[in-house]
Ligand binder design. Structure first.
Ligand SMILES: C[S@@+](CC[C@H](N)C(=O)[O-])C[C@H]1O[C@@H](n2cnc3c(N)ncnc32)[C@H](O)[C@@H]1O
Length: 207
């Protein structure tokens, strides 16, 4: 996306699939004619998602959370370097733990590129991917730990008619779509990357 963001061992190096995630969110907000959507990014890492979204949608506001203080420090550095206004906020949170009843329905979009690598795939990772922080890539036995939490908990913080958009592993699309349908979302759809894998799943909160 033309942004030379700074990465180091504290954060995951952003991948091309995440550009698909960012562009999909911006396209859907544009289709809905949302001028200033309020967006939550769960697991913000380097801050690439808030930075990409505010680049494509000048008036959106993005709240980035991460469980890792180190990642939040890196995100803060990137945001200070790239943004002069204050439409990106960062906070430490283990998934949705900082949000309570007062945050019900406040986000138009919840976006996430969560850790989604399973036990089996973690063992097979190339050394350069294994060099990424484990907390950024390992998603539990079947890689679904964080996606399960997003499916089950994000609905209450989404506005009516809002949507969730997540990045998933090359072989996770069906599982994640089924999960989101089971959690009561509608219009569940996958978006394909250049290798023709569904890597971005979108699901809508009932309006
Ligand atoms: C795959 S990385 C994504 C980083 C960045 N958003 C990107 O797309 O390049 C996942 C991020 O989720 C964070 N994370 C892991 N477990 C978490 C949790 N329980 N709650 C919040 N964030 C978490 C990691 O620290 C990491 O920054």
């Amino acid at each position: 996306m033309g942004m030379d963001i700074r990465v180091d061992p504290r954060v995951l190096i952003p991948r091309p699939e995440t550009e698909l995630l960012i562009r999909t969110v911006a396209d859907l907000c544009r289709e809905k004619s949302w001028k200033d959507p309020f967006i939550l990014d769960v697991g913000t890492g380097s801050g690439i998602i808030p930075l990409g979204l505010t680049r494509l949608m000048e008036n959106c506001r993005v709240f980035g959370v991460d469980v890792s203080y180190e990642a939040l420090a890196a995100a803060g550095e990137n945001i200070r370097e790239f943004k002069s206004n204050d439409n990106i906020k960062l906070m430490r949170s283990d998934m949705f733990e900082v949000f309570g009843a007062e945050h019900k329905g406040i986000f138009d979009v919840i976006v996430s590129n969560p850790p989604y690598i399973s036990d089996r795939d973690y063992e097979k990772l190339d050394p350069w991917v294994k060099a990424e922080p484990r907390i950024a890539v390992y998603g539990g036995k079947d890689g679904m730990d964080h996606l399960q939490i997003i499916g089950r908990q994000s609905g209450r913080f989404l506005s009516p008619g809002g949507f969730i958009a997540v990045e998933v592993a090359y072989d996770q699309a069906k599982k994640v779509k089924d999960l989101f349908i089971e959690c009561g979302f509608t219009g569940v759809a996958g978006f394909r990357d250049f290798n023709n894998y569904e890597r971005v799943i979108v699901a809508w909160n009932k309006g």
